[in-house]
Design a protein around this ligand. Structure first.
Ligand code: GTQ
Length: 353
């Protein structure tokens, strides 16, 4: 060690002097600015649906979807209070729409995804086409597309519908690149029959003309029925991955990449009794439990989970998931993986213990 060049109080005075010039000494912050490994302020957390649903239903008595514009309870990471963020890059919340309600049409640069958690028969309209929601369906609202939601029920039966919203809100805030506008009508005009996008792009085929842009997937509803069937078949025919069980990613059929530029969604099946091995990644990931019960170990924390619960795995925290015996576990998840891949900064490790 060399002797210090200047006494501590002189250095402090120096720091105070340069602060007046809007300057700061790098040597005080270098270790935090360029850490040896990620040190996320985000913490592992799990929200039990059983606890959240009563508050969401109460919100349904206090404000209409139309007045709220979007009636959502936002999952706030306990390490990022007041920031409406579940990780540094991702926003998540549960949205409620009651029978007969509408959430008015608007558009924004933020991309959104929906994963249906409870109830059926609500719809979302995206750029002139409606899709009816069923539990487990994965739906996207690409950047700058007009969208409104409603709940007319099906076959004369309407019930409250609740879904997980995932948006890249913190990213748009970080870049100061957000724009938004309201539509002139509360419900946009429907110009394409339901099922048109699925017919055009959902069967490993695509229209020969007028395919449009490829930035986001032209499919906007990925029905649970089909994704679940794929996992069930793989679970019968393929070898299990010791870390992830059977895990598939949803894709934009035109590129093979993620359905939207900023967020990557996944669906995975862990057979009953599955003892997962630990894995860590620089991704922040949000999980929604679809089927089965189990235990998730995130860093030093441990949570029991059951269907409809939401949990978050912050960057570089090891995650290990065990399925209880008795029933297979199915998990939906989404992460900021595509942004990290685009910037060549994604790192992940599959660990043995
Ligand atoms: O459904 O358009 O959870 O604009 C947050 C912002 C949902 C939506 C959210 C939104 C939406």
């Amino acid at each position: 060690m060399n002797a210090p060049h200047g006494p501590a109080d002189e250095r402090r005075h120096f720091n105070e002097d340069i602060a007046k010039l809007n300057l700061s000494p790098l040597w005080e912050s270098l270790h935090n600015l360029v850490p040896k490994q990620p040190k996320s302020p985000c913490v592992p957390a799990l929200w039990k649906y059983r606890d959240v649903k009563p508050s969401l239903m109460r919100a349904g008595e206090l404000i209409t979807a139309e007045e709220a514009v979007r009636r959502v309870l936002v999952f706030e990471n306990p390490g990022l209070p007041g920031q409406s963020s579940i990780t540094h890059t991702l926003y998540a919340g549960l949205q409620l729409i009651l029978p007969g309600e509408i959430a008015p049409s608007h558009r924004h640069v933020q991309s959104a995804l929906r994963f249906i958690v409870d109830g059926k028969g609500a719809y979302t309209t995206v750029n002139g086409e409606r899709t009816t929601m069923f539990p487990g369906d994965f739906i996207i609202t690409p950047s700058w597309t007009w969208h409104d939601h409603g709940n007319e029920g099906i076959e004369g039966q309407a019930e409250p519908v609740i879904w997980l919203d995932g948006l890249d809100i913190p990213i748009l805030r970080f870049f100061d690149a957000g724009f938004a506008e309201n539509d002139t009508e509360a419900s946009q005009r429907v110009s394409r029959p339901e099922g048109t996008s699925a017919a055009e792009f959902g069967y490993n085929m695509a229209p020969v003309k007028n395919v449009g842009t490829m930035a986001s997937s032209p499919i906007f509803n990925y029905p649970y029925e089909r994704s679940r069937e794929a996992l069930a078949t793989l679970a019968k025919t393929q070898a299990l991955d010791a870390w992830q069980g059977y895990k598939l990613r949803y894709i934009n059929p035109l590129t093979g990449g993620a359905p939207m530029p900023t967020m990557a969604p996944f669906l995975q099946l862990l057979p009953a009794g599955f003892p997962g091995k630990p894995h860590r990644s620089t991704e922040g990931t949000v999980y929604s439990v679809v089927e089965g019960k189990g235990t998730v170990f995130i860093g030093g924390s441990e949570f029991r989970f059951e269907p409809q619960d939401t949990f978050v795995v912050p960057s570089w925290h090891s995650v290990r998931i065990n399925a209880d015996t008795g029933a297979d576990v199915v998990l939906f998840s989404f992460s900021d993986r595509p942004m990290q891949q685009a910037a060549s900064m994604l790192r992940e490790e599959f660990l043995d213990t």
